[in-house]
Design a protein around this ligand. Sequence first.
Ligand SMILES: Cc1cc2nc3c(=O)[nH]c(=O)nc-3n(C[C@H](O)[C@H](O)[C@H](O)COP(=O)(O)O)c2cc1C
Length: 208
Amino acid sequence: MLELTPDQLLSTTRAVRKRLDLSRPVERSLLEECLRLAQQAPTGSYRQDWHFLVVTDARLREGLADLWREGAEKYLAGVGDPDAIPGMMGRVLGGVFHLRDHLHEVPVHVIPCIEGRTDGKSVFAQASRWGSIMPAAWSFMLAARARGLGTVWTTFHLFREEAAAGLLGIPFESVMQAALIPVAYTVGTEFKPAVRSPLDTFVHWDRW
Ligand SMILES: Cc1cc2nc3c(=O)[nH]c(=O)nc-3n(C[C@H](O)[C@H](O)[C@H](O)COP(=O)(O)O)c2cc1C
């Protein structure tokens, strides 16, 4: 376990792409610790109908990375050389391009899933379903960081969600995938808090 206070953990669990150690395997027991902590998160109506698909098989990771790349190409169409883009956006895109080229090499892909599809449903239904998996997935990422593992929330493969479901045997008609979280040990364990906007630009007291 890293020596991090709760505030340090919350402020330094960054999107890790370039500093994922692709050569070091991740122990199953460590992933299970993180998953047990994820299970402590809240779910709507105490249904606990979440699922985590942990993908370590190299051929399946290759297949997922191909689908992820297809989504990334769509999303990134028109983005030129990230090195030519100034500031934070250029840095983030540099990381995204790096992950695109190496995702299949990341030793573990975790796909948090939730039972019940919300396609075309009310905001209440959508918020209740997505809100029943997002806190658990984020808890998983925090627990991973506390143990020296790096993660990044990604959604590109969801452009091809049904194909990913087919690849992994997920019952697409009744289960939604929320993300694909690459997991690996980090190269070094020091991460800094990100620069964020001042509170008054996004916090509203009493009235919008
Ligand atoms: C809903 C959501 C979807 C995201 N999808 C992707 C993605 O598909 N690929 C990716 O590389 N990063 C993705 N990210 C990560 C963000 O691009 C961004 O890097 C991250 O939130 C900023 O992390 P940082 O503040 O630690 O740098 C996603 C994040 C969120 C919350």
